[in-house]
Ligand binder design. Structure first.
Ligand code: SF4
Length: 122
């Protein structure tokens, strides 16, 4: 099988072609660096992504808190993490870096806040 990928490791967005089958990667062409080659190998074997989203916040000066996983997780779990964030409501105050879900879906990554939300003053 031959497939073209766009490397998302850096803003160069190199177009990289890989030839592979279920047993091995035969050829990688177009990567301008080793990081790009590693990215393609992972894309073929076990693609990873950092989840970025938001969760509802109760009694805060914002109604939403932005969140992300503190490291990439297998791409196949991204939709399940999104579903969890839709169901979740956190209580203000929230600090940047605060763990919202520890070891999300058992993937050894935490879902952490990327925005500070103060408690609403009434
Ligand atoms: S192959 Fe290297 S230079 Fe090209 S986008 Fe990927 S990381 Fe950037």
């Amino acid at each position: 099988m031959k497939k073209e990928f766009i490397c998302i490791v850096c803003p160069n967005s190199c177009r990289i072609t890989a030839e592979y089958n279920e047993q091995q990667i035969k050829h990688i062409e177009g990567a301008q660096c080793k990081k790009g080659e590693e990215f393609i190998k992972n894309e073929i074997k076990n693609p990873l992504r950092t989840f970025v989203g938001s969760v509802k916040c109760r009694n805060g000066d914002y109604q939403l808190v932005s969140v992300k996983t503190n490291k990439p997780i297998p791409k196949k779990y991204i939709k399940q993490v999104a579903q969890k964030t839709h169901e979740l409501v956190v209580e203000a105050p929230v600090e940047i870096g605060q763990v919202i879900i520890s070891d999300v879906l058992g993937q050894h990554a935490d879902l952490v806040a990327t925005r500070k939300v103060r408690k609403k003053v009434l």
